[in-house]
Design a protein around this ligand. Sequence first.
Ligand SMILES: [Zn+2]
Length: 113
Amino acid sequence: MGKEGRRFLPNLKKLGSPRLNLDESCVVIFMEAIRNVVKEEMEIWPYTNELQELNRAFWQTIVHELRHTMQDNPLFENKYEAMSREERERDAENYCREIFENIVVCYDYCVIS
Ligand SMILES: [Zn+2]
């Protein structure tokens, strides 16, 4: 693994990671961590559809991390600059839920089987 690759080694406690440089903006998600979180959820909520949950977690993680790239690279005013880390997290969490519930579920979003 080259120097570039080492910069992206996943923190296994996180589900995803935004790139902070506008020129290289992309999102890295850690599917193994997402699968583990969903498995833990299934123990608490056994009647949930595991495949739907896995796909929900997949999409929400992508949108959550994209929101962080929006926070770090705003095209217009930077209303995020004044936000604390916790406020940015809450904003990303609210945004990913809103996008998933209002947009993603309107489509055939189960891309992971
Ligand atoms: Zn976050």
